[in-house]
Design a protein around this ligand. Structure first.
Ligand code: C2E
Ligand code: MG
Ligand code: MG
Length: 552
């Protein structure tokens, strides 16, 4: 039942006793061969033959049983894997009298084990080893290193997300496979670096993140050369779905033993170096330096935390009311993102938005905030609230992307929020680059009914030409001017001038950061259309806002 084949052998004799099943497992029938030791050994894979012979002759081995897995080569060429278990009966002199064995075909089980191993240790998309395999492999390499230098490189594609966004996930997958192949080939081709059996050079450790391990490193220059070659190889255009794509990557390297003695320290430090490479401008490589850790640790921690925060939905949106001075009612709600991070506490957007912009995560965060806000708007509409316009801050990086408008459009559709309930707040820095996509985005948004506010007016270049040239509905006077009201300095007159000018251009004027009665009185007198600030209402959670709205 267990498909066990069985044999008996008297040592010294040539013929054996074979069960019916044994013939089947080794693939010969009775007519083809007598049950002899030679015939059995003939069917054993040549590379495994000596180990079976040794087991059969282990007369001085004191144990009375042995187990051996080996391959069988059938006459038709098929290779099976079998497990032999044998029991040795000894005579009075202690020499083996008789050996009885069972033989089981374990090929299918082995295959299943291999498959499980493949799943556990290899990335299904690229067939490269995965992070787990990398860690285990590195552990082994480090354990046997004995002072020799080992380099761990982390190669991260720059702006990979854009590929997914433009080509879809299918295109993204295809690109990742092509990158994996190219990376693998490139690393192997670099002088003297051929990955023989069991040696690992490349692994895929994140969606667009790869690792390269180089052992027996002689000099940093050698590692730098490999990194340079990798970066160069990425810049060759990839042909994906008929489109030619040029990719760049950033590489960070940490060296054993100087930058880390254990696997996790090495990976962490290589990552730190990689983020520094990205900050320095993409398409670059950096070696880890201890100094990177000090001031930058928090920033880097926040940055990588942000990546996960998007996936894990860790953000919240608070809303701050804008109070209309003509209607004496809430005329707008500004969406302000919040990140209650498990590790860093409540991180303010002033701290994490610039980091997100540097690392490119801003696009995902921006999309998240936009969707969350529109969804919330829809929910308020359905709850019967008299919904004012919701305004979302849009980073200059997003505004420069031609994809912004289609994204807003599709989110409005998806959430079924009418466009006249949405506004975007942009800053002057977005207008400085003079890219056609900026104007195109703004114009399409306004055509749809989305209003555009110029945020923090007065802190940037406050260039009149911007206000005239770009399609803008509202100016938001920056808090720093409001704070200066009633103090020495030119704040008051500047505000008066800005309000007058904006009204001439038929723009709305909002004053931000209104904290005192004096400021409020001044701004009302000057004719600001709306006020925003702690004096009127703080940014608040949806629950708090629900209470406020239902009191109206
Ligand atoms: P902002 O767009 O100028 O937003 C106004 C900021 O002033 C908010 O800070 C708000 O909480 C704060 N504020 C409001 N009233 C007062 C007041 O009376 N006194 C004082 N001292 N501050 C007041 P917050 O929420 O920390 O956001 C800071 C900045 O981060 C925002 O400035 C905006 O530029 C950016 N930001 C916030 N959420 C997002 C977002 O979802 N996407 C993008 N790209 N940027 C965002
Ligand atoms: Mg704003
Ligand atoms: Mg502002």
């Amino acid at each position: 039942i267990a498909k066990l084949a069985h044999w008996e052998w008297l040592p010294g004799r040539s013929e054996m006793l074979w069960s019916e099943e044994l013939y089947r497992v080794i693939g010969i029938d009775r007519s083809a061969g007598l049950p002899t030791l030679d015939n059995l050994l003939d069917r054993v894979h040549p590379e495994d033959r000596s180990s079976l012979e040794k087991a059969l002759q282990s007369s001085d081995d004191p144990s009375d049983t042995w187990t051996l897995d080996h391959r069988v080569l059938r006459p038709d060429g098929e290779i099976r894997v079998v497990r032999q278990r044998a029991e040795v009966e000894r005579g009075p002199d202690g020499d083996p009298d008789r050996i009885c064995g069972t033989l089981q075909d374990i090929t299918d089980r082995r295959r299943a084990e291999d498959q499980i191993r493949q799943l556990a240790y290899y990335d299904p998309l690229t067939a490269l080893p995965n992070r787990r395999m990398l860690e285990e492999h590195l552990e082994g390499v480090l354990a046997g290193a004995d002072g020799e230098k080992i380099a761990l490189m982390i190669v991260d594609l720059d702006r990979f997300k854009r590929v997914n966004d433009t080509l879809g996930y299918g295109g993204g997958d295809e690109l990742l496979r092509a990158v994996a192949r190219r990376l693998h080939r490139c690393v192997e081709s670099v002088a003297g670096r051929s990955g023989g059996a069991g040696s690992l050079t490349t692994a895929r450790i994140g969606s667009d993140e790869f690792a390269v391990v180089l052992d027996e490193v002689r000099s940093l220059e050698e590692v730098a050369t490999v990194a340079r070659k990798v970066l160069e190889s990425m810049r060759e255009p990839f042909l994906i779905e008929g489109k030619s794509l040029v990719m760049e990557a950033s590489i960070g390297t940490a060296m054993h033993p100087d930058d880390g003695r254990d696997v996790h320290a090495l990976i962490r430090n290589a990552n730190t170096a990689m983020h520094h490479a990205k900050e320095a401008g993409r398409g670059l490589q950096r070696f880890f330096r201890a100094a990177m850790n000090e001031r930058a640790t928090r920033n880097l921690g926040i940055e990588s935390g942000l990546r996960q925060a998007v996936d894990r939905d860790e953000f919240l949106v608070y809303y701050q009311p804008l109070w209309g001075t003509h209607s004496e009612a809430i005329v707008g709600l500004e969406a302000l993102v919040r990140w209650p991070s498990e590790e860093y506490g409540l991180v303010t957007p002033s701290e994490f938005i610039p980091l997100a912009e540097e690392s490119g995560i801003i696009e995902s965060i921006g999309e998240w905030v936009l969707r969350a806000t529109c969804r919330q708007g829809r929910a308020w509409l359905e709850a019967g609230f008299d919904l004012p316009r919701l305004s979302v801050n849009v980073s200059s990086l997003q505004l420069r992307e031609p994809e912004l408008f289609p994204l807003v459009d599709s989110i409005l559709h998806e959430t079924r929020l009418p466009a006249e309930h949405l506004g975007v707040e942009i800053t002057e820095s977005a207008l400085l680059t003079d890219r056609p996509a900026v104007t195109a985005n703004l114009e399409s948004l306004r055509e749809l009914g989305v209003r555009v506010s110029l945020d923090d007016f007065g802190t940037g270049f406050s260039s009149l030409s911007h206000i005239v040239r770009y399609p803008i509905d509202t100016l938001k006077i920056d808090q720093s001017f409001v704070r200066g009201i009633g103090r020495k300095g030119q704040s008051g007159p500047v505000i008066s001038a800005v309000v007058a000018m904006a009204h001439q251009l038929e723009l709305n004027v909002v004053a931000e950061g209104v904290e005192t009665a004096e400021q409020e009185a001044f701004l009302r007198r000057e004719g600001c259309d709306a006020l925003q600030g702690y004096r009127l209402a703080r940014p608040m959670s949806v629950a708090a806002l629900n209470r406020l709205l239902s009191r109206r």
